[in-house]
Design a protein around this ligand. Structure first.
Ligand SMILES: NC(=O)C1=CN([C@@H]2O[C@H](COP(=O)(O)OP(=O)(O)OC[C@H]3O[C@@H](n4cnc5c(N)ncnc54)[C@H](OP(=O)(O)O)[C@@H]3O)[C@@H](O)[C@H]2O)[C@@H](O)CC1
Ligand SMILES: [K+]
Length: 514
């Protein structure tokens, strides 16, 4: 068992893949063995997290997730804690493993109760063993996950609802078994009717012990907020030949710069964007300058900026290293172009040339909005991808929705699926931004980024990311590596941000590479 941190990559397995791993393992093990291992792991972590707990309340659901809780209750009771169990199952209907653990918990003398004990202190502990993988199985049985948000909410047992509410409002720490109950392991969305009430995420004392496999839904959409501190136990089972459904990204390998190198060794980035104030009264040159600053501070050899402002800004006095150029003066065939940041309406005019001529290309923000509205531009993006010319798209969920002709909610309902769809449709690498950014490339296993936090919810941080991807592409990284490494480093910079200091996009760009 170990804690999961963003310091190394991990394979992720969705509910179907986890089911196959589980069935293959179960076929070689004595009956009930996996649940016994799961319950023991839960009890061990519970005791480590709450060493002074006298009472542990275990909310156990009707399926095997509840069985894991019952098994843990037996160990905790035997180890001198008062295990108080609310079990929503029935002996004659429970799965065989859960029934076996119910008998073992009974024999150990746990206390049975309809609800949480009244006086749980912050030293005590709650264990959420209500629902696990069964939720994802029921979502995928019911429908295509992209349409899950349209599902009629099923009738929820009021006792289940009451237990969920108690756990979510608990002042005592909560350890979730396998998944926070109600969270879909594949999408990181809550099943209909099981989402917590809107409001701030739960307090800090929230833990999840993922069993057998790490699941994608723990890391994206609502997953990051729901999970708290994440632990993993593989129950002594290797995934065998099962291919990962996704990867959790890790840090890039450090690439020392050769002493005998020069600015040409690290490539030229050209930023095309920043509609001027004169065009429509909406000055957006800042966005382009932020992307350029990020490219510069990420190590690009030279950074050129073609503002869409009719040459009104000849120099950025704060960043004299940036070379301002007229668009017509850019040798696009030799450049890595970052196009769209603050592009407004004006970027549309430049897009056909940029898409057809740029050697390497990052398309962001208004470039993506224009492409979404013009089938001819979509065909050009696809064509350059099919020719093998590196292209990275960096949409946030609304931009992704426009590109795919979906609603934002549909994109968020299946972020991995949406990113994969974008990658296939445009033969490009797609970075779907948001909590747990997803990076997908055609025909490859997608990645989920583990770094970053809500400080990044601030204007201009997306422009910074686009510049970071551009710098890596210019230095010769593959589009997938450039995207994964940039997203990781972007989030890492936010994670290392000094406490109490506001994060601004300009300062974020300046701190890159420190
Ligand atoms: N598989 C493994 O690798 C291993 C699995 N292990 C453990 O087993 C867990 C999986 O157990 P599981 O398959 O029994 O499902 P589980 O999460 O208990 O839920 C089933 C119950 O939930 C209900 N339910 C479903 N959706 C619902 C909804 N939307 N709203 C309300 N209710 C809903 C569903 O009702 P039904 O659809 O049947 O009417 C049924 O009653 C897994 O997470 C891990 O902890 C470990 O022991 C060892 C290795
Ligand atoms: K659970």
């Amino acid at each position: 068992m170990h804690r999961i941190t963003p310091h190394q990559p991990h394979p992720l397995f969705d509910s179907a893949a986890t089911g196959r791993i589980e069935r293959a393992a179960a076929a070689t093990l004595p009956a009930h063995q996996l649940m016994q291992r799961a319950g023991l792991a839960v009890a061990q972590l519970a005791q480590a997290l709450a060493p002074y707990a006298r009472t542990v309340w275990l909310a156990c659901g009707p399926g095997n997730n509840g069985g894991d809780g019952l098994e843990a209750a037996m160990h905790l009771q035997r180890n001198g804690r008062q295990a108080v169990v609310t079990w929503l199952g029935q002996p004659d209907k429970a799965p065989a493993d859960a029934r076996a653990s119910w008998l073992r918990a009974q024999a150990a003398g746990v206390q049975w109760a309809d609800h949480a004990p009244d006086q749980l202190s912050s030293c005590d502990l709650c264990i959420d063993a209500l629902l696990g993988l069964g939720v994802s199985a029921s979502s995928s049985r019911a429908m295509d996950p992209a349409h899950a948000m349209n599902a009629p909410a099923r009738t929820i047992d009021p006792r289940l609802r009451a237990c969920l509410s108690m756990l979510r409002h608990s002042l005592a720490p909560v350890l979730a078994v396998d998944l926070p109950s109600g969270l879909d392991a594949d999408t990181g969305q809550y099943a209909p009717g099981l989402a917590p009430d809107p409001g701030p995420p739960p307090g800090p004392a929230r833990y999840t012990l993922s069993l057998l496999s790490l699941k994608p839904g723990l890391f994206t959409a609502a997953g990051r907020d729901a999970v708290g501190q994440l632990w993993f136990d593989d129950l002594g089972v290797a995934p065998g030949p099962e291919p990962p459904s996704a990867w959790l990204s890790g840090p890039a390998l450090a690439a020392p710069r050769a002493h005998a190198s020069h600015k040409g060794s690290y490539g030229d980035v050209a930023v095309v964007g920043g509609e001027g104030l004169a065009e429509r009264g909406l000055g957006m040159t800042g966005a382009a300058l932020l992307a350029a600053s990020a490219a510069l501070h990420s190590g690009a050899g030279r950074v050129l900026v073609a503002l869409l402002d009719d040459g009104q800004l000849p120099l950025d006095p704060q960043q004299p290293e940036l070379m301002l150029r007229r668009f017509e003066a850019l040798a696009l065939e030799r450049l890595t172009v970052v196009c769209g940041c603050g592009g407004g309406q004006s970027v549309g005019q430049r897009l056909p040339e940029v898409i057809t001529r740029a050697a390497r290309l990052v398309l962001d923000a208004d470039a993506l909005n224009h492409i979404a509205g013009h089938a001819a531009l979509q065909a050009l993006v696809l064509a350059r991808g099919q020719q093998g010319r590196p292209t990275v798209l960096t949409p946030h969920p609304l931009e992704a929705a426009r590109l795919l002709g979906l609603s934002t909610a549909q994109v968020q309902a299946d972020r991995l699926g949406a990113a994969r769809q974008l990658a296939t449709r445009f033969a490009a690498v797609a970075v779907l931004k948001g909590s747990g950014s997803v990076i997908a490339a055609p025909g490859q296993t997608p990645a989920i980024n583990p770094t970053g936090n809500a400080l990044l919810a601030s204007a201009g941080t997306g422009d910074v990311l686009a510049g970071m991807v551009g710098a890596r592409l210019a230095a010769g990284a593959s589009p997938l590596n450039a995207a994964c490494d940039a997203v990781y480093a972007h989030g890492r910079a936010a994670d290392a941000w000094p406490a109490g200091q506001a994060l601004t996009a300009g300062e974020l760009a300046r701190r890159l590479g420190r």
